[in-house]
Ligand binder design. Sequence first.
Ligand SMILES: [Zn+2]
Ligand SMILES: [Zn+2]
Length: 283
Amino acid sequence: MLLANYHVHSDYCDGKNTLEEMVKAGIAAGLISMGLSSHFPLPFANDWTMKEENVEAYLNDINDLKTRYASQIELYCGMEIDFFIDRQDISDLAKVVRPQLDYTIMSIHAMGITTGDAVSYIDESPQDFEKGLKKYYRGDTRKFIKDYYQSIEIMAKTFEPEILGHIDLIKKYNQNNCFFDENEDWYQETVCVCLDGIAETSTRMEINTGANMRTPGVGRYPSDWMIPEMKKRNIPITVGGDSHSVEGIVYEYNQAEKYLAECGYREYWVLKKGRWEAQPLGV
Ligand SMILES: [Zn+2]
Ligand SMILES: [Zn+2]
C-alpha cells in the first residue's frame, strides 16, 4: 500500500474541503506522511489559486495541524507553484515564500502571455485550450508541445523542485487524440529529451493518480508508456492524488502501485522526519 500523498488541495485554493478535513481523510486512509500543496497565488487575476493575503494564514494553519496530529501522521507544508512558459520563470513572490516550505511541487498550467489577466490555461476547458493554441501558436499544436516540454526541462534544471507535477497535463483534453497523438514518434522523442534533462537534476517526478476522478478517461499522469522510460533513466518518483476533496485522497492508488511494480520500480520517495527517504513499494 502506498503510504504518502504530497499533492493535496484544500479550500485555500480550488479544493472542496478544509485542510483539517483532508488531514483526517489521510489518517483514515492509513497514510503515514502527507503534504498539503495548495496552488500558490499567481501574479494575475484568477479563481483557482490561494490569495496572496492568505499565505501567512495557510502556513500558520499547517503548523498548527502538524502539532495537533503529530501522533497520527507526519504532515508537511508545500505549495504547487506555477512556472510560466512565456517568462521561463516562477513569480517573484514564489521565490520569497519557497524557503519557508517543506517542499515544492512545480507545474505548468498556463499557456501564452501571462502579463495581463486574460490568460489561457492547459487544464481549464477544451475550448480554452483550443483558444490558447490558436492565439499563441496559430493552431500549431506541435510547436506548443515542444515549447511545453522544453519549459518543463528548464523548470527542473533551474529550480530543481522537490516534485515535478503532472508532467503531461497537456493530454487532459486530448481524448480520442483530438489535438495530438502521443503514440507518434515526434511526441515520444520530445518527452524523452525532457526526461533526459530531468534525470540530470535532483527533482522527483510525481505519479499523479487523481486525473480520472476529475476528468474521466484521462488515465494517470504520466501516461503508462512514460514510466518505463523514467525507470530506464533512474528518475525517482513520489505519489500524489492531486486530491481536491476527501474522496480523492488515495484515488486509484492500488492500480498505480501495481503498475509501477510491473515497470520495475521498487521504491518511491517519502518525507520522514523531515527528510526524503526511499520507501519500498509494497506489491
Ligand atoms: Zn496542477
Ligand atoms: Zn494540483
